[in-house]
Design a protein around this ligand. Sequence first.
Ligand code: HEC
Length: 164
Amino acid sequence: MVSSEQDLTHLISYVRSLGKIPPEPIVGDAARGSKIYAQNKCSACHIVAGQGSGFGPELTEIASRRSVSYLRDSITRPAAALPEGFLMIEAKLQSRQTIRGIRANEDPFTIQIKDSAGHFHSLRKSNITTLNKLRGQSPMPAYKMPVADLDDLVTYIASLGAKP
Ligand code: HEC
């Protein structure tokens, strides 16, 4: 029950905040950011407009889902900004093989893991001796770079979805 005009204003801004990402000023140079993306070999794990490899999430339309500050965090502190449902797995098998990668799917009897080469492993849990869920871990390195470079890189990523 909304009791006052002020409550109503708060409610409206809350409901608005659910649906969209608040606009934040982006100050960098996207063209230079694209070079920084290439130099750091981000495409070894990410796909942008069909280019790259898909171990990590596709980045082409990421700006429609993520705020600028989240994008910054995901580059400098990847483990602090994990996408929903993201989980690293280490499975030791009866065959003594160890498989590490990102959980793609899991049910009570099987688990599917995508390794860093992009290969999928579908494992029966009855063949697994130890299943470690590496919560809060990311295979993405934490990047350290000058603030100006980070601004340009984030501007580039944020500009991707805007292209036709
Ligand atoms: C070794 C593979 C690897 C490399 C190299 C890598 N990433 Fe990632 N990246 C990942 C994985 C896996 C995730 C998902 C887990 C996470 O958020 O840490 C991710 C997540 C992200 C996210 C957040 C995605 C989302 O949906 O929340 C962004 C943005 C990102 N990476 C940008 C970059 C940029 C820019 C570079 C280059 C400077 C880079 N990554 C290099 C593997 C990598």
